[in-house]
Design a protein around this ligand. Structure first.
Ligand SMILES: [Mg+2]
Length: 264
């Protein structure tokens, strides 16, 4: 898979969540061809640099590109809501070491400090719900609930438990929850990408559908925001409240609508 020619004069950063935003597993192809046509247009007219900003791991991101028949690769990828990767000219992705290493180090320190608290969270969740506590390499602490309702209950219950450690936060996406550092999420990572392209937050556009998109859809980290019609209620409310666009179409068609209307 190829990358687009390097953008000589970046003028805009486009940040897209993948699952539920661009990608609809019920559609064929899961990401509409019109999305890529729109990206090419905006590349020409606005100097748009585009990226996928997702909770998926890098491996899982690449699988998504193949499954969705991406005609060309994005200019950047944020994986696991916090790791920045750039493709080289051969289309191979390499980690942006400076940011990723700092992030990894801080999370490691934070989790050391949070051991007791996370233990209490685990006990609470395992005693009262059927959710599964995840602990593995690269994924130090997370939860998978059986239903969205169960996750609602968990979030309410664990909020006071983790309040004692201000840096400890989480990213939630339907029945999945990943604990992490409050300073490293899709929003702060998008701001870092913009900084690397020497652009201001005002020149960034973000689109997402779920709770883990909250930070990047906030004015602190994006100048423009949109969500597809299928986004969860909290996201539709957030985007509408800041004057962003809640599209009439769902998934990828909604994102094409958002780009066409935001950048006519
Ligand atoms: Mg999503």
């Amino acid at each position: 898979m190829r990358t687009l020619d390097t953008c000589a004069n970046p003028g805009l950063i486009l940040s897209f969540d993948f699952d539920g935003t661009l990608h609809d597993p019920a559609e064929k192809p899961p990401v509409p061809a019109s999305f890529f046509e729109t990206i090419l247009d905006l590349r020409q007219t606005k100097g748009a640099v585009w990226g996928i900003n997702t909770g998926r791991s890098m491996q899982h991101v690449l699988e998504g590109f193949i499954e969705s028949n991406f005609p060309f690769l994005p200019d950047w990828v944020v994986a696991r809501e916090r790791e920045i990767h750039f493709p080289n000219t051969f289309g191979r992705f390499a980690a942006h070491r400076e940011w990723n290493d700092r992030c990894e180090k801080e999370i490691h320190k934070l989790f050391k400090r949070s051991k007791k608290t996370l233990k209490a969270v685990r006990k609470e969740v395992e005693e009262h719900t059927g959710a599964q506590y995840i602990e593995m390499h690269g994924e130090p602490a997370g939860l998978i609930s059986r239903t969205e309702e169960e996750m609602e209950w968990i979030v309410e219950r664990i909020t006071p438990l983790i309040a004692a450690i201000p840096d400890l936060g989480w990213q939630r996406n339907s029945i999945y929850l990943r604990f992490g550092h409050r300073n490293y999420q899709k929003g702060s990572t998008l701001s870092e990408v913009a900084r690397l392209f020497e652009l201001d937050t005002a020149r960034t556009f973000a689109a997402g559908d779920s709770h883990n998109d909250i930070e990047m859809l906030s004015p602190e980290h994006s100048g423009y925001a949109a969500c597809p019609a299928n986004a969860v209620a909290a996201i539709r409310e957030l985007v509408a409240a800041r004057g962003g666009l809640v599209t009439t179409a769902a998934h990828g068609q909604g994102i094409v609508e958002a780009l066409r209307k935001t950048f006519p």
